[in-house]
Design a protein around this ligand. Structure first.
Ligand SMILES: [Zn+2]
Length: 75
């Protein structure tokens, strides 16, 4: 069973619960204030930062002397 993260809409408390796939957390209650029906939070990835960058030079057509993928300006 996956662990989903929930956030209470009332007090903002975040907590994790083991859920069956497809459950939306409607049966859970906030451990802090007791409000039912917390919202599910998508967690674990893509929560911050960027997935771009970090792959310079992997295009295969550079010459080694430049970081461009087509090095049209160095020959
Ligand atoms: Zn709460």
């Amino acid at each position: 069973m996956p662990i989903y993260e929930f956030k209470c809409a009332s007090c903002g408390q975040r907590f994790e619960k083991l859920c069956n796939i497809g459950e939306n957390g409607g049966k859970f209650t906030c451990p802090k204030c007791g409000k039912a029906g917390p919202g599910r939070v998508m967690s674990g990835f893509a929560s911050k930062g960027s997935d771009k960058g970090g792959f310079a030079g992997t295009a295969g057509s550079g010459c080694g002397g430049c970081t461009s993928s087509n090095c049209g300006s160095c020959h």
